[in-house]
Design a protein around this ligand. Structure first.
Ligand SMILES: C[S@@+](CC[C@H](N)C(=O)[O-])C[C@H]1O[C@@H](n2cnc3c(N)ncnc32)[C@H](O)[C@@H]1O
Length: 498
C-alpha cells in the first residue's frame, strides 16, 4: 500500500488550481454599486410621441425603426415593435404571435459579420485577423463615420456597455472575490487588452486615414462587449454575426429551446432575393407581450455574467465550478503520467465542470485523479506493459492509499477554495431573500453562492467516499478474483499441493 509520504508531491495546490491563485488587489475602499446606465440614449431628454401609458421610446429608437422601414426590413405586417422593458430595449408583440410564428427577417446586406468587414472600406486590413477582431474593428470604424455609416441608426441604439463583469470597477469586482468568475474576468480582460495593443500597433496607428480619431482600449472593450452580448453564433455558416433588430430580443429562462434562428432565402427589398436571418418565436404570445428567446442552454451562470451581464438567480442548475487538475512537473512519474493522459485524450492539465446537483462525478475525472495520485507500491501500474490497460484499471479504485489520497487532496482543495470567498452561503442567501439588489450585485451574490454550493457538494461527495474506503474493492482484489483466487466470501484461496 502506498503511504502518503511516498506521494508527497501531490499537494492540493499542485493538482487543483483554485481561483484565488491569481493575484488581485483592488483598492481598499468599500464597494459601491450603482445601477449602470448603459445606454447613450437619454430616456428623458428626447421623447417620441408614444401614448401616455406606454414607457416613452427614445427618439434614437424611433429613428432606427424608421430606418428599418425605409430599408424594407419592417412593414405594417411586422408583428413586433421596440419597447422599453425591464431588460433595457426589447421587442414587444403588436398582435398575437403563434409559437414558431415569424417575428422578423433581416436581409444579409445588413448583417455585421466577418464578411461585412471584408467587403467594407477596412476590408484589406482584415485579412488574417481573428474574425471577432475584424468585426470589432468594423463596429468601431462605422461608429467613427457618424452620419456616413450605413449602420448609423443601428449604432445609435446600441448601449454604451452592459453589466458584464468585464465592465465592473475594482470595487464592484471585490464582490466576486475568490470566485472563478473573477479569475476568468481578469484573464479575459488581459486577453482583450493584449489583442488591442497588437491591433493598435499593427492596424489602427499605421492606417490613420481609416482611423482618424483615436481608438482607446475602452472603445475596444465596448466593441468586444457588444459582440459577446449580441452576436448570434449557431446559424448555418455563421459563427459570429450581429443582426441589427434581431439583437433587440431579450433572454428568458421560460424558453427551453434554442431553435429560434433560421437562415432562409426570400425577398430582400422590392426586387431582390437574398438570404434572410429569420427569428421565430419559441413561445406563443399575446399582443403586448415581450418576445423572448433562449440565449444558450449550455452557459453556466459565470458564462452568462461574463457574456451578458445577468444571471438566472432562481435557476441553480447553471451554477458550476470547474476543477482544474494538473500533473505536477515535480512528480517523479511525470513523463509516464503525461503519456497515459495524452493517450487518453487529456493533457498535463485537465478541466472538469461540476454542476449544481450533480451526484456522480465524471469517470474520466476519477481516472485522471487516480492517475495523478498514483505512486508508491501502485507505481508498477505505470510500467509500459500496462500502458494499454491502465486507463481501464483507473476506472475503479486502485488501492486504499490512492483513493484516500484523492479524497484528501480534493477535500483540502475545496476547503481552501471555500476560504477564499468573503461571504458565507447563508449571508448570500439572506441578501437574495431581502431583494432589492442592483443588477451587478445580484450577479455577484448569485455566482459566489453558486460556486460555494458546488464546492460543498464536491467536498461531500469525497467525504462520503472517504467513509467508504474500507468497503471498496481495489485493484489487487479484483486481480485475484479475475484469476479465480478469491473465494465467495472474499477469502483468499491459497494454493495447496495435491
Ligand atoms: C442581445 S441584447 C438584447 C437587447 C438589450 N436589452 C438592449 O437593450 O439592447 C442582450 C443584452 O440584453 C440584456 N438582457 C437580455 N436578456 C436579459 C434578461 N433576461 N435579464 C437581464 N438582462 C437581459 C443584457 O444586458 C444583455 O447583455
Amino acid at each position: 500500500m502506498a503511504s502518503l509520504s511516498t506521494i508527497h508531491h501531490l499537494k492540493p495546490s499542485s493538482i487543483l488550481k483554485t481561483p484565488h491563485d491569481r493575484r488581485f488587489s483592488p483598492s481598499k475602499t468599500r464597494p459601491t454599486f450603482h445601477h449602470f446606465n448603459n445606454r447613450s440614449l437619454s430616456l428623458n431628454s428626447v421623447l417620441s410621441s408614444s401614448t401616455e401609458t406606454e414607457p416613452k421610446i427614445p427618439q434614437t429608437v424611433d429613428r432606427f425603426w424608421q430606418w428599418l422601414e425605409d430599408e424594407g426590413i419592417v412593414s405594417p405586417k411586422t408583428p413586433v415593435k421596440p419597447g422599453i422593458v425591464p431588460e433595457g430595449l426589447g421587442l414587444v408583440a403588436t398582435r398575437d404571435i403563434p409559437r414558431n410564428g415569424v417575428v422578423l427577417e433581416v436581409p444579409r446586406k445588413f448583417w455585421i459579420n466577418p464578411d461585412a468587414a471584408a467587403t467594407s472600406d477596412i476590408g484589406t486590413l482584415c485579412s488574417g485577423l481573428k474574425p471577432w477582431i475584424s468585426v470589432a474593428l468594423l463596429l468601431l470604424r462605422e461608429r467613427s463615420k457618424g452620419d456616413e455609416s450605413k449602420w448609423k441608426y443601428y449604432l445609435d441604439v446600441l448601449p454604451q456597455g452592459t453589466d458584464s463583469t468585464i465592465y465592473w470597477s475594482e470595487e464592484e469586482l471585490l464582490e466576486i472575490q475568490g470566485t472563478q468568475l473573477l479569475s476568468t474576468t481578469l484573464s479575459v480582460k488581459d486577453y482583450v487588452k493584449n489583442e488591442f495593443l497588437n491591433v493598435e500597433k499593427e492596424i489602427i496607428l499605421p492606417n490613420k486615414q481609416l482611423f482618424p480619431l483615436p481608438i482607446t482600449l475602452d472603445d475596444f472593450f465596448w466593441a468586444f462587449g457588444m459582440l459577446r452580448s449580441r452576436a448570434f453564433s449557431r446559424i448555418r455558416n455563421q459563427n459570429l454575426v450581429i443582426i441589427p433588430f434581431a439583437d433587440l430580443i431579450n433572454h428568458s429562462m421560460k424558453v427551453t429551446t434554442e431553435d429560434h434562428a433560421h437562415e432562409v432565402r426570400g425577398a430582400a427589398g422590392l426586387f431582390s432575393w437574398d438570404y434572410l436571418f429569420q427569428i421565430r418565436s419559441p413561445l406563443s404570445l399575446k399582443a403586448g407581450e415581450q418576445v423572448f428567446i433562449q440565449y444558450d442552454l449550455n452557459k453556466s451562470s459565470a458564462d452568462m455574467a461574463l457574456d451578458y451581464g445577468f444571471i438566472e438567480l432562481e435557476n441553480t442548475s447553471r451554477n458550476g465550478f470547474t476543477l482544474t487538475l494538473e500533473i505536477s512537473e515535480s512528480d517523479q512519474f511525470f513523463e509516464d503520467k503525461l503519456d497515459i493522459a495524452e493517450m487518453n485524450g487529456l493533457g498535463e492539465s485537465a478541466y472538469f465542470d461540476i454542476k449544481d446537483g450533480q451526484q456522480a462525478l465524471q469517470t474520466e475525472m476519477l481516472q485522471y485523479l487516480r492517475l495523478l495520485a498514483l505512486g508508491g507500491t501502485d507505481a508498477f501500474l505505470l510500467e509500459s506493459i500496462f500502458r494499454n490497460q491502465i486507463w481501464g484499471f483507473l476506472e475503479l479504485p486502485v488501492s486504499r492509499a490512492n483513493e484516500e489520497l484523492i479524497c484528501q487532496v480534493v477535500r483540502s482543495a475545496c476547503k481552501s477554495a471555500l476560504a477564499g470567498y468573503h461571504t458565507s452561503i447563508e449571508e448570500d442567501e439572506k441578501l437574495i431573500e431581502e431583494g432589492n439588489l442592483s443588477s451587478r450585485l445580484a450577479v455577484a451574490v448569485g455566482v459566489r453562492r453558486g460556486e460555494k454550493k458546488v464546492l460543498q457538494q464536491i467536498d461531500s461527495i469525497f467525504r462520503e467516499r472517504e467513509s467508504e474506503l474500507d468497503f471498496l474493492e481495489y485493484y489487487q482484489e479484483r486481480r485475484l478474483k479475475d484469476l479465480g483466487l478469491v473465494g465467495e466470501q472474499g477469502d483468499i484461496i491459497f494454493w495447496e499441493p495435491k
